[in-house]
Design a binder for this molecule. Structure first.
Ligand SMILES: C[S@@+](CC[C@H](N)C(=O)[O-])C[C@H]1O[C@@H](n2cnc3c(N)ncnc32)[C@H](O)[C@@H]1O
Length: 238
């Protein structure tokens, strides 16, 4: 439980403290995760580097790209990639054992349309993603940061919503899901304030649980605890 803020210097030497949406908890890699990282990273891993990616080069095709932020252990991301071979999937997760677990699952499932990154998604968005290049951005069960004084750490904030829109294609979808009602309300508040987005729900703000979203580990835990789940989808309109 160490890194919650990051200190950076502006060009004129002023210190800025960046609030991050996660606390780094390295944890140990299992043998299987370590092996999967060693063996699969060269083909499925993308290193962080402040250069813009070219999806055609990354995947060798022009299929639509679905990007997931904070995939945890990656089980649901791998399942989605397996179920939709006509699409490309990219997952970003800061927790290394999670990335290892995802690569293990990917190898087991034999998916080839998935790439992973192990870095802060905010920095990847800022520095590596081409504008208007993503069909879908998905954010499932992001850390809710329950306490009011921690709400500033929630990843969904106005500048973040605007950055996601910038990377979505016209008509592309930003799909969020949470089992924390207060975070769902916060997401709606932010998204309604963000320009050029339209909520896709037929009634109210929430959509029924979409079939394409497999049950995630966090959702299963939430179900056991009797939590509700809120799915929210916005499309880019301009
Ligand atoms: C509550 S977990 C949910 C994991 C998974 N989506 C699920 O439903 O099982 C949130 C995950 O987001 C990751 N995360 C938080 N902020 C992130 C960021 N800025 N970039 C990448 N991953 C992040 C955390 O490491 C954690 O694994």
């Amino acid at each position: 439980m160490t890194e919650v803020t990051k200190t950076e210097l502006t060009e004129d030497g002023k210190v800025i403290r960046k609030v991050r949406s996660f606390v780094r908890r390295e944890g140990r890699l299992t043998k299987g995760q370590e092996q999967a990282l060693n063996e699969s990273w060269p083909t499925m891993g993308i290193d962080f580097d402040a250069t813009e990616l070219d999806w055609q080069q990354v995947f060798g095709n022009d299929n639509p790209v679905v990007l997931e932020i904070g995939f945890g252990m990656g089980a649901s991301l791998v399942e989605m990639a397996k179920n939709a071979p006509e699409k490309n999937f990219v997952g970003i997760e800061v927790h290394t054992p999670g990335v290892g677990a995802c690569l293990m699952a990917a190898r087991e499932a034999g998916v080839t349309n998935l790439r992973v990154m192990c870095h802060d998604a905010v920095e990847v968005f800022e520095q590596m993603l081409p504008k208007e290049s993503l069909d879908t951005v998905q954010l499932f069960f992001p850390d809710p940061w329950h306490k009011k004084r921690h709400h500033k750490r929630r990843i969904v904030q106005l500048p973040f919503a605007e950055m996601v829109r910038d990377k979505l294609k016209m008509g592309g979808v930003f799909h969020m899901a949470t089992d924390w009602e207060n975070y769902a309300e916060h997401m709606i508040e932010v998204m309604e304030a963000a320009p050029h987005y339209q909520n896709t729900a037929k009634e109210g703000y929430y959509v029924p649980r979409p079939e394409e979203r497999p049950l995630t580990k966090f959702e299963q835990r939430g179900q056991r605890l009797g939590h509700g789940v809120w799915d929210i989808k916005y499309t880019r309109t301009a």
